[in-house]
Design a protein around this ligand. Structure first.
Ligand code: ADP
Ligand code: ZN
Length: 760
């Protein structure tokens, strides 16, 4: 028998192997097999059996088939096939991404799937009397014994000894004396299990929630809904009640996707409170072994609900009944490396294939999902008001153009570039926001400050009128480069000299923008030395559980001001937060990306949504130099409909998604000039290909340098491929990936990113 095996190598097709007689029963579609490839031994997945013999080449035998059952079910294998075609990604790379690392690691021998980790569990025998006599000369034994009791009379032996700070001999003595018994028991290592579960609060659904729950329960299999609920409207309760029906009434399983578990411990806690140990939590901070344990218990059908980030969409849930995608607009659902899939889009594909229902939830849906709901492809459900009587916060806009005259003294000219000479408190935080913060500190209420400062993509802005130079062809902000000094478009390559004075108002020299979270923290500490300040950004959250630790401190009232990057904008629900300040709303608006406004609106809506979730109400201050930009004005009035309308109009000239489909082809290499030449050559080759094969159906824009021109010592260029025809775009992508004339010099590589969420 010959079988096709997908191997984790960048080759667009499966390999064919012969199956030795004794292995036949174990080799089925979806099984793991160990095979030779050249001099290497690799783990692959069987994609088809009884395949015809390829024309040439000598066939080799499969070495072993470690598992009694398939690692991937038929529907998941089909999902992998779909991904491979749609994203033009090698099948073996796709299938590897769908399984836990413990199963796909190159290390052989392979651990069999059906395996339970066993631990020695110490148990007390019965309640002990006369301890004073029993432990008279053995205080350590007594301490250990009583610790075990306090841990519920049963605890893993090793952890017990460690926790008691004694040697293993003490435990052995207790066992010898017959006071403690050791049992072998299967354990799963689940760090989330150590988080306390809050007592369930019984909430009575509002009318809007009740209606949404009923409509979700009534959704026919394979259908999806978009749940648009303002921040604090209680979307989580809707998901939970809908899943209760799926799990308890229909006896099916479910997947809940959240943008990042570390940032949403509260949401995870709510699911665990509702469904207890039927919930598996797939967390990026899990070790490979922990992840495997969760995967295995889902695969055995012990856990029915999977809560996890993007890759949880591949969880081997039995009888999948529903998929929830919370905060569906989040960019984190898109995988950055191959396979560059979008988990929200896979949710739809998987739900349709497995006849499950799906719900996408957000306060500010992606324009893609919004358009689908408008077309009736998704059922639109709305929660227009906050639950539990809370009101949406009042939002104040602080027009920073007005104070720039006051701070202009701090600006000096050096050569042709203007730079800020240090940054004063007043430069970062306007008097209005300062006053609001001081009030919160005095009233012992909490504040959140957002400063979404990323270290690249500087742009030039007029301090007086807020003007930002735009590309004449692409309708995106031009990026400021220092050496050589110029403004450049990162889509089409257009470039121009930076204007000496604002072209709009003729005012003062244009300014380069920038202020980071670290600096902001320092300014706050200097201003309010007594305030308890916590900073949350990439630099403070490196450690496992660092996010949860910071957020727990906020939740328990140990923090007065939480400041951070967009990390702090997501799903947090702290009733004592009554103030949200956005330091620099327009940083995001001018990133050279067609989604910049959408991202900015979503971020402002999300972060504003953290304020006033309790009875005390809330206020939001948005500091901006673009108070009239629709991303700002619509966020101020909580007006998603107007934002979506205006933004969609902007996406039609020139056309961007969701008006059509887009792919970003990135060519990178170690040499600057060669990379640019190669990118232009591949783009031209693609243009010619389209011209002869499918004229008019597909458009190519570029090549141009990527906004981030160099990452990890690799130069990056890109071109965009646009089409209204999704199949045509898929065909082009597969053809470019397989046949595109990418030179094999200078480490040159092509990455095809279909439905990109960022063009940086
Ligand atoms: P969203 O995800 O829509 O922003 P959440 O699900 O976080 O909102 O809910 C916001 C808050 O409202 C939570 O504290 C939640 O406990 C509370 N809540 C939700 N539904 C109700 C309800 N029906 N009655 C009272 N409080 C509710
Ligand atoms: Zn351009």
């Amino acid at each position: 028998m010959l079988v096709a095996v997908a191997l984790p190598v960048a080759v667009p097709r499966a390999y064919v192997y012969a199956v030795p007689e004794p292995l036949r029963a174990r080799v089925v579609p979806g099984s793991r097999v160990v095979v030779p490839l050249g001099a290497r031994t690799l783990i692959g997945i069987v994609t088809a059996i009884d395949v015809p013999s390829p024309a040439k080449g000598k066939l080799r035998d499969i070495v072993s088939a470690p598992d009694a059952d398939a690692a991937l079910s038929a529907p998941l294998l089909a999902l992998g096939r779909w991904m491979s075609r749609y994203y033009a990604a090698p099948p073996g790379i796709v299938l590897r991404a769908m399984l836990p690392v413990a199963l796909t690691g190159a290390a052989v021998p392979v651990a069999p799937i059906k395996r339970q980790r066993v631990a020695r569990i110490a148990k007390t025998l019965e309640s002990l009397l006369e301890r004073d006599t029993l432990f008279k000369r053995a205080p350590k034994q007594r301490a250990l014994y009583e610790l075990l009791e306090s841990l519920g009379a049963s605890h893993p032996a090793r952890a017990l000894v460690v926790q008691a700070g004694v040697t293993a001999a003490v435990l052995t003595q207790l066992v010898t004396r017959g006071l403690v018994r050791i049992e072998q028991a299967p354990i799963a290592r689940d760090p989330f299990a150590t988080r306390a579960i809050a007592a369930a609060r019984t909430l009575v659904p509002t009318d809007a929630q009740r209606n949404a729950i009923a409509q979700l329960i009534a959704l026919p299999p394979g259908q999806g809904a978009l749940l648009r609920g303002v921040t604090g409207s209680g979307k989580t309760l809707v998901y939970i009640e809908y899943l209760r029906d799926v799990i308890e009434k229909r006896d099916q399983g479910a997947i809940v996707l959240v943008p990042e578990i570390a940032l949403t411990p509260q949401t995870v806690d709510r699911f665990r409170t509702a469904f207890g140990d039927r919930v598996a939590v797939l967390h990026s901070a899990l070790s490979d072994g922990e992840r495997f344990d969760e995967w295995a218990s889902i695969s055995r059908g012990e856990k029915r609900i999977v809560v996890g980030a993007r890759s949880a969409i591949f969880a081997p849930v039995h009888r999948l009944g529903a998929i929830v995608v919370d905060e569906e607009h989040e960019a984190t659902y898109k995988q950055g490396d191959s396979p560059r899939y979008h988990a929200r889009d896979l949710a739809r594909v998987r739900a349709v294939a497995e006849q499950a229902t799906f719900v996408l939830g957000s306060a500010s849906p992606s324009l893609e999902s919004w358009t689908q709901a408008q077309r009736g492809e998704l059922l639109l459900l709305e929660l227009p008001e906050r639950a539990g009587g809370a009101q949406l916060p009042t939002v104040h806009v602080i027009d920073r153009r007005k104070e720039s005259a006051a701070t202009r003294a701090a600006v000096v000219r050096t050569g042709t570039t203007t730079t800020l000479q240090g940054t004063s408190f007043g430069h970062a935080i306007t008097p209005a926001l300062e006053k609001a913060l001081a009030e919160r500190l005095a009233r012992r209420e909490q504040s959140i400050l957002l400063l979404n400062r990323r270290g690249y993509a500087h742009f030039m802005q007029c301090g007086d009128c807020g003007f930002v130079s735009q590309c004449p062809n692409c309708a995106i902000a031009l990026t400021y480069h220092r050496t050589p000094e110029r403004l450049a478009c990162h889509y089409c390559g257009h470039r121009e000299a930076p204007p000496a004075h604002c072209p709009n108002c003729g005012g003062p020299p244009m300014r380069e923008r920038g202020l980071g979270t670290q600096q902001l923290e320092r300014l706050l500490t200097e201003r309010w030395p007594e305030a308890r300040i916590a900073r949350m950004d990439m630099d403070t959250t490196g450690a496992k559980w660092a996010h949860a630790t910071i957020l727990d401190r906020v939740g328990s009232g140990e923090v007065d001001i939480l400041l951070g990057t967009q990390m702090i904008a997501k799903g947090l629900d702290f009733p004592n937060v009554t103030l949200v300040g956005v330091i620099d709303a327009d940083v995001g608006i001018n990133l050279p990306d067609f989604r910049a406004s959408e991202r900015c609106f979503q971020l402002l809506s999300q972060v504003a949504g953290r304020a006033g979730r309790g009875a005390k109400g809330g206020e939001v201050f948005i500091q901006t130099r673009e108070p009239t930009h629709h991303a700002v004005t619509c966020a101020v009035t909580h007006d998603y409909l107007r934002f979506a309308g205006e933004e969609l109009e902007g996406r039609s000239r020139p056309a961007y998604p969701p008006m059509l489909f887009l792919a970003n082809a990135v060519i990178s290499g170690t040499e600057e000039i060669a990379t640019g030449d190669a990118a232009r050559a591949v783009a031209d080759w693609t243009r010619r290909l389209i011209h002869t094969r499918m004229p008019g159906a597909v458009e190519v824009v570029g090549a141009a340098p990527c906004p981030v021109e160099r990452i990890k010592q690799r130069w990056r260029w890109h071109f965009l491929v646009k089409s209204a025809d999704t199949d045509a775009l898929g065909r082009i992508g597969r053809y470019i990936v397989e046949h595109g004339p990418v030179p094999s010099t200078a480490g040159m590589r092509l990455a095809w990113d279909r439905d990109p969420v960022t063009l940086l």
